[in-house]
Design a protein around this ligand. Structure first.
Ligand code: F2R
Ligand code: MG
Ligand code: MG
Length: 304
């Protein structure tokens, strides 16, 4: 599998996971969702992909450097163009504070939620370009944390982004993975007790071969980062050889489906490459040519 295909698989896989997850709302089963997918002419993504695009654009403009102010400004400008993408409450608050001109992005993010910072899953939902671009570097985790800090100051908001970037990086470099070992390794690499425990639980659930509903109950599938990243990792590891099956695990449980779809799609796409994504769905994905262009430019930039 070529690295180029994995870059494309990761970015398109995440956007498609977001769009399919958004569509899955109120679908009771796979048949109903697939029928809906056939009916639709366009698959529309949400804030998850809008912000992943912002991260990719900033990385490209800054030639692979993480510049927190530039990332924040790129997020803000993209938000102003498309405020209707379904953003969480935190990022627009930060954009407003920065516009008033008093502080920088990281400082504004530190004031949210009574000063503890956001532990929403927004820092991880957008991490696809960072995970795949820095996959070969030793410090993919630290790079992800720097991007998280622009909007998510809570320790869990940072750790969740770091862990998911590590998963994407590892998946994009692997030809064969052992699901339980993968989860246990991520547990070791996480820097909070909460994520350490949750990722060990992922390994246990995989070993006991539970159904997805039970896993989602145990791990959580909500807008909070520690209740979505672990289930996204489980969704991938339950069916690592099939993008479609992994995505169905992600989006057919109730909860934050667009976001868990985006996260699962990023890891699965990075592992299997773009050819593993269902062609009929990719053809309907909104803005797909631009997403392909971004993945190609990131791939070229990493070779430089
Ligand atoms: N938020 C949505 N969808 C519902 C809103 C739709 C929208 N109004 C519309 O229809 O147009 N989706 C998107 O939000 C999630 C990502 O959120 P993000 O970027 O992390 O935002 P935020 O506000 O920082 O965190 C989200 C919520 O998490 C809870 N939370 C965060 N930190 C907390 C803390 N320290 N203590 C307690 N709760 C905390 C809050 O409820 C936040 O609102 C994705 O699902 C994306 O798709
Ligand atoms: Mg969303
Ligand atoms: Mg969401």
């Amino acid at each position: 599998m070529s690295s180029k295909s994995r870059f494309k698989g990761c970015l398109l896989g995440s956007a498609l996971g977001d769009a399919v997850g958004e569509l899955s709302f109120e679908c009771r089963d796979e048949g109903e969702l697939k029928a809906k997918l056939r009916e639709k002419d366009r698959l529309r993504y949400t804030d998850d992909t809008a912000m992943a695009i912002g991260l990719a654009e900033s990385l490209i403009e800054k030639k692979g450097e993480i510049d927190q102010e530039h990332i924040g400004e790129t997020f803000k400008e993209n938000y102003k163009e498309e405020p209707w993408r379904g953003y969480g409450q935190g990022p627009p608050k930060i954009f407003k504070m920065v516009e008033k001109g008093k502080r920088n992005y990281v400082e504004c993010a530190e004031t949210l939620f009574g000063g503890e910072g956001s532990k929403g899953n927004g820092s991880a939902m957008r991490i696809a370009p960072v995970g795949v671009f820095f996959s070969i570097s030793e410090n993919v985790y630290e790079k992800a944390i720097k991007t998280a800090e622009v909007t998510h100051a809570h320790p869990l908001g940072k750790d969740g982004a770091g862990v998911l970037a590590l998963c994407i990086g590892r998946a994009s470099l692997s030809d064969k993975i052992s699901p339980e070992d993968f989860a246990l390794d991520m547990a070791e690499r996480s820097e909070t007790e909460v994520f350490g425990k949750k990722l060990k639980k992922v390994a246990e659930l995989l070993k006991s071969e539970v159904e997805r509903e039970e896993a989602a109950q145990e791990l959580g599938s909500s807008v909070l980062i520690e209740k979505s990243v672990p289930y996204a990792i489980f969704s991938f590891l339950k069916d690592p050889k099939s993008y479609e099956k992994a995505l169905m695990n992600a989006v057919l449980v109730s909860g934050d489906s667009d976001t868990i779809g985006a996260m699962t799609g990023a890891v699965s796409g990075a592992y299997l490459g773009d050819k593993a994504l269902p062609e009929a769905w990719v053809d309907k994905l909104e803005n797909v040519s631009y997403l392909k262009k971004l993945s190609e430019r990131l791939f070229e930039l990493r070779k430089e």
